[in-house]
Design a protein. Structure first.
Length: 444
């Protein structure tokens, strides 16, 4: 079926080539719970391993359940190919290691999820890849940090927890003028933001979040936009344009030509996924397909509820400030309006006037909202980032990422908004009046 003209609601159910299981006629996507796949004959096996034909070899590399998830994600995002992996962290790491090696550098926004910051500032450094952090308030900072060994720019569309929308088009244009692709983590804004429409080359997701929506599985994905000419900038991307001796000397930009503009996605699967093994389980791929089917409906309710919660918090005396794109002014609001075409997202942050102890009391007093280290669940969630998700950062790094001691982040779910607001209200009352129990909050 052709999907180019279909809307989100239709693509979420019908995107890609899957219509029914050819063996049984099953409309629901089967869970192919197998490690290996039978080859037709010796020639068939040889063609698969030589990349002369794309097919099933081993579930660490590819699986039919995974195929359906990847095709639907690519269709929804407007990309040419996708790779599903075991977690959002794996997706982020693969997105960079697919084109960067020891001695190279990546220019990244400072506005990042705490786990990504640590991956960049500590772990990738052990691989010899330098991450240069710049403030995205001025897009020209990316140009200034670029040199001949820069392999990509990296950013989050709606940074968690700072919630200042990234200037996608401005930075993508700078990158393309220099031959540098922009990689965007769109985890917090699926369907709401369309990074490829604004010049991004690659999109990554933690599918654990809104794409799943059920909080039942861990996964990630990389979507290749097919819109960046890796061959035209061969000197900057030797991993894609010179013989790969780990795969019988293949040149990925050449190998991909019969298949379409998927050199980046092809290498990510057949080198990184094959060698590092962060494979998504077939059961989890199935669960994310179930989540995708209702994503367009859920995301609308998330967005509507979050706006109401932000308005409620703005009227509370205990709250010093509310961090929400729909309440911002100036350049942050302009960017929010330019890039969040489907609403302002479902994340709401706020700072309590009484600081960290009030934040602890608020978290401890919630009855409906869950206190967990996650976002994007159908349920409403709350957390105190300074003592959990961003605990491993220094105070300076926390503030650069938008985390202050009394900051509380809400991931607003799809419950009735009056019930969400009632629970937040009673917890604010308790935070104002009750003594602190000072619980120990562990990092996620």
């Amino acid at each position: 079926m052709t999907t180019d003209s279909k809307r989100f609601e239709t693509l979420a159910l019908h995107g890609g080539s899957y219509r029914a299981d050819p063996a049984t006629g099953s409309v629901a996507v089967p869970i192919y719970q197998t490690s290996s796949f039978q080859f037709d004959d010796a020639d068939h096996a040889a063609r698969l391993f030589a990349l002369e034909e794309i097919g099933q070899i081993y579930t660490r590399i590819k699986n039919p359940t995974q195929d359906v998830l990847e095709e639907r994600l690519a269709a929804l995002e407007g990309g040419v190919a996708a790779l599903a992996v075991s977690s959002g962290q794996a997706a982020t790491a693969f997105s960079l290691l697919n084109i960067a090696q020891a001695g190279d550098n990546i220019v990244s926004s400072t506005d990042l999820y705490g786990g990504t910051w640590t991956l960049f500032s500590q772990t990738l450094k052990q691989f010899g890849v330098e991450i240069r952090f710049v403030d995205p308030a001025d897009p020209e900072n990316f140009r200034r940090a670029t040199d001949e060994r820069t392999r990509a720019y990296f950013a989050e569309t709606l940074p968690n927890p700072k919630l200042h929308v990234f200037p996608i088009a401005e930075v993508a244009a700078i990158g393309r003028s220099l031959g540098v692709p922009l990689i965007v983590d769109n985890t917090a804004t699926p369907l709401i933001a369309r990074p490829f429409d604004h010049g991004a080359a690659i999109v990554v997701y933690s599918t654990t979040k809104y794409i799943g929506g059920h909080g039942a599985a861990i996964g990630g994905a990389i979507v290749d936009g097919g819109n960046f000419d890796w061959e035209a900038h061969a000197g900057r991307f030797p991993l894609l344009n010179t013989p790969d001796h780990a795969y019988h000397g293949v040149v990925w930009t050449e190998a991909a030509k019969p298949l379409g503009p998927i050199a980046y996605a092809l290498r990510a699967r057949t080198r990184l996924l094959r060698d590092l093994g962060a494979a998504i389980a077939p059961q989890n791929a199935f669960l994310f397909i179930q989540g995708l089917e209702t994503l367009p409906l859920r995301i609308r309710q998330h967005v509507e509820n979050a706006a109401k919660v932000a308005d409620f918090l703005s009227g509370r005396d205990e709250v010093a400030s509310v961090i929400f794109p729909g309440l911002q002014t100036g350049e942050p609001r302009r960017r929010a309006d330019a890039y969040l075409s489907g609403g302002y997202g479902a994340l709401v942050g706020f700072e309590l006037k009484d600081g960290v102890e009030a934040g602890r009391r608020f978290i401890d007093s919630l009855k409906l909202l869950y206190h967990v280290a996650n976002i994007g669940d159908a349920r409403s969630l709350a957390i105190h980032p300074a003592s959990t998700t961003h605990q491993q950062l220094t105070e300076e790094e926390q503030r650069a990422a938008g985390v202050t001691p009394g900051y509380v982040r809400l991931s607003v779910g799809i419950e009735h908004p009056d019930d969400i607001i009632a629970d937040i209200g009673q917890a604010l009352d308790a935070a104002r009046s009750a003594p602190s129990r000072a619980p120990a909050l562990n990092a996620a």
